[in-house]
Design a binder for this molecule. Structure first.
Ligand code: ATP
Ligand code: MG
Length: 259
């Protein structure tokens, strides 16, 4: 049975997609079977996995509206070693089209139920909004990974996300929990980042992952080659941190499984 995790933060540009791609590639390098679902019309996780979003016959959009199943819409990322359910701009229309659907928040969960036996991990890269798409991600998941930059306003936005997760937990998906907060693009020389990091630990305790992802230009360069950072330059500091993070995820999810 696959464990399903959303990578979510309604703030834009905080490192969701970079985390989704590099965690997917790191987990697959640790012999885990991984499906990465791109739930963002920007299609960045698709392109960053080496799949051309402009050439898709079917995508997560067709899956959500019930025209195709995941089996016929997914690709294998040769560079990353994992499968990808891709997205492109078509998905932007789904927000409005899906409003008239019954159980519109559970469409992804239902589609995914046929794939559970094929994977150890399913990772869902969410768009930067608390939208119907993100809601579909949260309803389909066992847990949420929240990447965040340690900046002043980061903490403010976090309470909206935490409240949404609580609401989904109470009303739609009692499995859902926050797996952890991941500090990304971290620069230890910045006093403010150190302070915010300490505040995070004071407030969220064990929910803050031990691994810290540094700011590292190799991670930012990799998507333009259609490669995960951990493949593009596996000796880089950023790549090593994501491999450590994958090991921490395996360890942490083993623990929550046994609780
Ligand atoms: P959006 O909200 O638009 O979906 P996002 O949260 O998915 O954005 P990313 O696209 O992963 O964020 O990252 C935003 C930018 O920061 C990208 O240009 C990415 O390459 C860069 N970036 C992400 N993580 C790092 C890092 N650790 N070091 C350096 N650059 C990074
Ligand atoms: Mg993104």
């Amino acid at each position: 049975m696959a464990q399903v995790f959303c990578i979510a933060n309604q703030k834009g540009g905080v490192g969701k997609t970079t985390t989704a791609i590099n965690l997917a590639a790191s987990l697959s390098s640790l012999n885990q079977r991984v499906l990465l679902i791109d739930l963002d019309p920007q299609g960045n996780a698709t392109m960053g996995s080496g799949v051309d979003k402009h050439q898709l016959k079917s995508s997560v959009y067709q899956v959500l509206i019930g025209l195709e199943d995941i089996k016929n819409s997914k690709f294998h990322s040769k560079s990353g070693g994992y499968d990808v359910l891709p997205a492109n701009r078509n998905l932007a229309g789904a927000e409005i089209e899906l409003v008239d659907f019954d159980h519109r928040e559970s469409l992804l969960r239902n589609a995914l139920s046929k794939e559970h036996e094929n994977y150890d991990f399913v990772l869902i890269d969410c768009p930067p909004a608390l939208s119907l798409l993100t809601l579909n991600g949260l309803c389909a998941a066992n847990g949420v990974i929240v990447p965040m930059q340690c900046e002043y306003f980061a903490l403010e936005g976090l309470s909206d996300l935490v409240n949404s997760i609580k609401q989904v937990h109470a009303n739609l998906n009692s499995d859902l929990k926050i797996i952890g907060l991941l500090r990304v693009m971290f620069d230890p020389r910045t006093a403010l980042q150190q302070q915010v990091s300490e505040q995070l630990i004071n407030h969220f305790g064990d929910k803050v992952f031990k691994t810290i992802i540094p700011r590292n230009v190799r991670l930012a360069e990799a998507p333009s080659y259609g490669l995960p950072g951990v493949v593009y330059d596996k000796a880089s500091r950023g790549a090593k941190a994501y491999i450590d993070f994958a090991a921490e995820m395996i360890e942490r999810t083993k623990k929550t499984h046994n609780d």
